[in-house]
Design a protein around this ligand. Structure first.
Ligand SMILES: Cc1cc2nc3c(=O)[nH]c(=O)nc-3n(C[C@H](O)[C@H](O)[C@H](O)COP(=O)(O)OP(=O)(O)OC[C@H]3O[C@@H](n4cnc5c(N)ncnc54)[C@H](O)[C@@H]3O)c2cc1C
Length: 325
């Protein structure tokens, strides 16, 4: 039987693996995709907003060519750390359910089941896009994951959203020859857009090189067009591609399958102790961005990586108190 099984090999899941090992806890990380799987869906050469030292785990130095790391450097960094720390990872294996109780859990996956004493869910929020619930949303021309601008040169592209991902996608596509229309549900570009990106986008809108509609809600997408309601009335514009940068949410079905309750607050926060990160199900912890529920900007790598130490200290302390771990 394992001491602990960690679900998810994102930066925080890996940090949990390191902190477990340092306390002589026998840990296995089960990951449904690749190492740092969320990064596979980031835009190519995405530049992190954090400087490298704030993304470090286990005290391993992260040196980068530029002031801030790009996606590819981060993927490489976390892979090297996982290797150096000899973290045990089962990749391309999905956790589906959790049976048993504290001290003797059985983690069910799509490939088998594993016994363990404690479980940590570090499952992030990047797998489930916020849907618009409009006709045409499932057409091939619609994506919730923007990768790079090159496919969109000389194309009519609608970018939906007003936060960082939408702002970056709109600017990049515009600069690589797309005709961009930005559709924003609220009255303005989000205040959360990074201070070096926001004025750039606002100036492009003001000069008319990026079209923008505010207080606009998408109503329908077809192969040839996109329709939306705006204060000016219902509008339909020609359209080849839709980049729906509408945000993401934790996988609440999975949280339910793990037996984790959700608070009745606006963020639908998964129930957990703010000090120990133990959930309502004893012996089951949450770590990283998943802890914020729908508030996906509450936790990120910079602050979420520290959950690992808090959780493993709690587990190790219970062992020294004589509770079997
Ligand atoms: C584009 C972008 C840029 C960002 N830039 C920064 C930045 O500069 N600085 C910063 O601090 N934060 C940044 N963040 C925010 C956040 O820190 C990252 O999202 C980070 O990946 C969160 O780490 P995590 O380990 O909590 O979750 P994730 O990295 O999302 O890891 C969760 C893992 O769990 C796996 N998983 C999910 N369900 C299952 C299952 N059922 N079974 C097995 N495995 C499962 C997933 O495949 C995934 O690998 C950024 C986010 C985005 C989207």
């Amino acid at each position: 039987m394992r001491d602990v099984i960690i679900i998810g090999a994102g930066p925080v899941g890996l940090a949990c693996g390191i902190e477990a090992r340092r306390r002589d806890l026998d840990a296995l990380i089960i990951e449904k995709g690749a190492l740092v799987n969320s990064f596979m869906n980031y835009p190519t050469k995405l530049e992190f907003f954090s400087t490298p030292e704030l993304l470090e785990i286990g005290g391993h130095p992260f040196s980068t060519n530029g002031y801030k790391p790009v996606r590819e450097e981060a993927i490489d960094y976390y892979r090297r750390v996982a290797l150096a720390e000899e973290l045990e990872t089962n990749l391309y294996e999905t956790v589906t359910a959790l049976r048993g109780a504290d001290g003797r859990f059985e983690v069910q996956t799509d490939k088998g089941s594993y016994l363990c004493r404690k479980v940590v869910g570090a499952t992030g929020f990047f797998d489930v896009p916020n849907r618009m619930h409009v006709p045409g949303e499932d057409l091939d021309k619609v994506t919730h994951y923007y990768r790079e601008p090159y496919p969109y040169a000389r194309q009519e592209v609608a970018v939906i959203g007003a936060a960082n991902s939408a702002a970056k996608a709109a600017l990049q596509c515009h600069r690589h020859g797309a005709h961009v229309t930005l559709l924003v549900r609220g009255p303005a570009i989000s205040e959360t857009v990074k201070y070096w990106i926001k004025p750039d986008l606002e100036n492009r809108i003001e000069e008319g090189s990026i079209a923008a509609h505010f207080n606009a809600s998408v109503e329908e997408i077809t192969e040839e067009a996109i329709s939306f309601a705006a204060p000016e009335g219902r509008q339909q514009i020609e359209n080849d591609w839709v980049l729906a940068m509408t945000g993401y949410r934790p996988d609440y079905d999975l949280l339910g399958a793990l037996g984790i309750d959700t608070r009745d607050d606006a963020a639908r926060t998964p129930v957990h102790d703010p000090e120990t990160f133990e959930t309502n199900r004893e012996g089951l912890y949450l770590a990283g961005t998943v802890c914020g529920g729908l508030n996906t900007s509450k936790w990120f790598i910079e602050n979420g990586r520290h959950h690992a130490r808090q959780i493993m200290e709690h587990i190790a302390a219970r062992r020294t108190e004589g509770v079997e771990v």
